[in-house]
Design a protein around this ligand. Structure first.
Ligand code: UDX
Length: 476
């Protein structure tokens, strides 16, 4: 733990599990670097302050209801409108508080998707840095959205799905971060704002590492005049797992179940916190897993299956007939599960956290992306890093059985994939060692933020004038 720096950072996560986890991990990393932390969160999906006694928390009321998160596009657009005033009030109060007089606020870090925070930060002359919780490679694909628009990719015609998009090779049209919507203009508006306000920030923090995404990083560095800080994998900076930021309680019993299995024997299946599949797909997956004869641990989150409460669509006696070969839980301690020696493959939707957590443990993946950045991640897993296979066909039991059998094989293609996955795991470990790329990038971030101070005439001022922060960038 570094000495206290006498500076406070304000952190604002997007209120969704896949964004809260990395933001709270980042908060812990910065706390270890000697900074004090205030988390500004919404009433919806709020983190548990009692799990972070060393942070302070400030809650804003925004009036965006929980049910709207099922319609992600409108949820994000609404959030970016309705949060402006309460967020501004909250930050103003924090900047004027007695605590801020003693310990000045150095910077605001907001999730890139909370793009409304840039105007508020400008208005309050507060430096804003962005955390982008997804991959750098998928960001490069989002940047190409004018191309999607020009070519009319939404709604996507079936006949062009397999076509390669030369500008973004090796992505095909079906790997682009597109969504199914009747209102493509709304989606483009969201992307335009999110990309524009990221560019307007003073820097971007990535939960990724140079060795994994250097081509994408180089590309972005050419387009952006702000510094990039790839300091991931965040969770590997920390001694404990991210269970404390989990919104759903994690069923620890699955670890004891894994303990009873030999190394690399179990297929772990999870689709993260948002994705949904149909009842038919669920049943096909169940039979594919059962017929593969490999033991499986499956996270079936309530809400995963459209139109079902939980697992009622399973044929009666399904699990009992497997005689212990299958276990289903509502939510697992995923980082611990992936680190368990019994896990031999991860059937995943390729959310960025899941992808990175799998890479860090050297676990080969079977990719079944559902929406947006997941499709880019899946293509990179199978065709760039080549540490997994992608389910290209429909979700049908024969294909599921075939792909599991292929990846769980001890020889051939599966062995090559496993070897590459172990090599990538080593790279993820090396980047966090002394002199490693992510460790150096973290030090650069700390120096960068502290340098804002040296441009102020009064080091204990409540906030740093924006032009000084810009000067720090020019000198950078
Ligand atoms: C969302 C988007 O869907 C994803 O595309 C984007 O990259 C991030 O935001 P989500 O779908 O939840 O995320 O997936 P993912 O990014 O994989 O994050 C899920 C998190 O929940 C991971 O940190 C994982 O460890 C955790 N988790 C998942 C659990 O703790 N238990 C589980 O059972 C499943």
């Amino acid at each position: 733990m570094a000495g206290r720096k006498g500076r406070r950072w304000l952190l604002t996560p997007l209120p969704l599990q896949g964004h809260i986890n990395p933001m709270l991990e980042l908060a812990q990393i910065l706390y270890s670097e000697g900074f004090s932390i205030t988390i500004i969160h919404t009433t919806f999906n709020s983190p548990h302050p009692s799990n972070y006694p060393h942070f302070t928390f400030s809650c804003i009321q925004h009036g965006v209801s929980q049910t709207q998160s099922s319609d992600l596009l409108n949820f994000l657009l609404q959030l970016n409108v309705k949060c402006v005033e309460p967020f501004k009030d909250c930050v103003t109060k924090l900047l004027r508080s007695d605590e801020a007089a003693v310990e000045p606020v150095a910077c605001l870090i907001s999730d890139a998707m909370c793009y409304f925070t840039q105007a508020v930060a400008d208005n309050l002359h507060l430096p804003r840095i962005v955390l982008r919780t997804a991959a750098i490679s998928s960001y490069v694909a989002f940047l190409a959205y004018p191309l999607f628009r020009q070519r009319g990719y939404i709604p996507t015609q079936d006949c062009i799905l397999e076509e390669e998009v030369k500008e973004l090779a090796p992505l095909r049209v079906k790997d682009l971060p597109l969504i199914k919507t009747e209102e493509p203009e709304k989606y483009y508006e969201l992307l335009r704002n999110f990309l524009k306000e990221t560019k307007a920030s003073l820097g971007v923090i990535w939960n990724s590492f140079e060795g994994l995404e250097s081509p994408a990083l180089r590309k972005l560095s050419k387009e952006f005049s702000i510094p990039m800080f790839p300091i991931g994998p965040f969770h590997k900076h920390l001694s404990s797992s991210s269970s404390s930021s989990s919104l759903i309680s994690q069923d620890q019993s699955c670890i004891a179940w894994l303990d009873t299995h030999p190394p690399n024997s179990v297929v772990y299946v999870s689709f993260g916190s948002l994705a949904a599949i149909t009842e038919t797909e669920f049943v096909e997956l169940a039979w594919g897993l059962a017929n593969s004869r490999h033991p499986f641990l499956w996270v079936v989150r309530p809400g995963l299956i459209k139109g079902s409460e939980w697992v009622e669509a399973l044929p009666s006696g399904f699990l009992e007939n497997l005689e212990g070969r299958g276990a289903i839980v509502k939510w697992a301690p995923q980082q611990e599960v992936l680190a368990h020696s019994a896990v031999g493959a991860f059937w995943t939707h390729c959310g960025w956290n899941s992808t990175l957590e799998s890479i860090c443990e050297g676990v080969p993946m079977i990719c079944m992306p559902i929406f947006t950045d997941q499709k880019v991640n899946a293509r990179y897993v199978s065709h760039v890093w080549r540490v997994g296979l992608q389910l290209e066909k429909r979700v049908e039991r024969e294909e599921i059985q075939r792909i599991i059998t292929t990846l769980m094989d001890v020889n051939g293609e599966a062995k090559e994939i496993r070897d590459r996955a172990l090599k990538l795991k080593e790279e993820a470990e090396l980047c966090l060692r002394q002199g490693g790329s992510s460790r150096s990038s973290l030090q650069a971030l700390v120096t960068y933020i502290l340098s804002f101070d040296s441009f102020t005439s009064q080091p204990s001022s409540l906030y740093i004038p924006f032009r000084f922060a810009r000067k720090a960038i020019d000198d950078w």
